[in-house]
Design a binder for this molecule. Structure first.
Ligand code: SAM
Length: 278
């Protein structure tokens, strides 16, 4: 058994020593500590001598070691916030990023609150985009696809937790191939990191599924493949929204043959979504 205050200090020190980002490590230490012990820092200050069981201490020390080798915090905690809601995240799918909220924002602009629309998300991963659209637009009928069965199972679990599993049809398959009926709105956050960038980029990405990230030599392969099929599944007057990597919007606009593209910036001011109509 270890006293709460001592264990919190130990966790902060271990992560500070092991984690290169000195600014981030105390916050991460506090999150990990709370996720494992159930105590936030205020509770520790109020009851510093509260004893933490040996089992909990071991579990926390194990997670600190895993964090130190680069495993993303979100996978260790098993939980991520998206659009103000909590979702389960694990190795089966990409960890949802805050910039992907821009994809939701763009789609919500064309899905009315008071009329039904058919909406499909390709590559749903953990399901956060499709689930958020279902929750924000209760009349929308949704399909969510992924090429990874593992990711779809996680998406289904998240959909069940948020009570929208009955409203989202989950289909496994390549790009638009699983879609049987045309839709009004198609959204996709595809893999768009250039293959050559792997290795040079953050070590944490090594823990996420490669097929969720790797967009081929220049990062644009999936957009090229989508360009030949998206018009077959989007109704005339309907919309396609795709997330893009920093600096990719012009190339993607051209690849998709978007005449009058609409662009959305993310919270950092980077063009993050290209939208186009059919
Ligand atoms: C960048 S992740 C996006 C995950 C999730 N939508 C999000 O925004 O957090 C890309 C997703 O597309 C899926 N994917 C990759 N290639 C695909 C393809 N050809 N057809 C369908 N899904 C694909 C991956 O498995 C992964 O879940």
């Amino acid at each position: 058994m270890v006293k709460a205050r001592e264990l919190l200090d130990e966790t902060r020190k271990s992560l500070a020593a092991l984690e290169p980002d000195a600014e981030r490590s105390p916050r991460e230490a506090d999150w990990l500590f709370r996720a494992v012990t159930g105590l936030d820092t205020r509770a520790v200050l109020a009851r510093p001598d509260e004893l933490i069981s040996a089992e909990t201490v071991d579990r926390l020390r194990d997670l600190v070691q895993r964090r130190a080798t680069g495993e993303p915090l979100q996978y260790l905690i098993g939980d991520v916030e998206f659009w103000g809601r909590d979702f389960v995240t694990d190795h089966r799918a990409l960890i949802p990023r805050q910039e992907t909220e821009t994809l939701v924002e763009s789609a919500l602009e064309v899905i009315p609150k008071d009329e039904p629309r058919d909406v499909a998300e390709l590559g749903t991963g953990s399901g956060v985009v499709a689930i958020t659209l279902a929750l924000e637009r209760p009349l929308a009928r949704l399909v969510a696809t992924d090429i990874s069965g593992d990711a779809l199972r996680l998406a289904a679990e998240n959909a069940r937790s948020w009570g929208v599993d009955e409203r989202i049809r989950m289909l496994e398959g390549d790009l638009t191939e699983p879609l049987r009926d045309p839709v009004d709105v198609l959204v996709f956050n595809p893999p768009y990191i250039p293959s050559v960038a792997f290795g040079a980029i953050q070590r944490e990405l090594a823990y996420e599924p490669r097929q969720a990230l790797d967009g081929g030599a220049d990062g644009l392969d999936t957009y090229r493949r989508l360009a030949s099929s998206w018009r077959d599944v989007v109704r005339p007057g309907g919309w396609l929204f795709v997330e893009v990597g920093a600096g990719q919007h012009l190339a993607v606009t051209e690849i998709l043959g978007a005449d009058e593209p609409k662009l959305w910036d993310d919270y950092r001011g980077i063009v993050r979504v290209v939208g186009t109509t059919r």
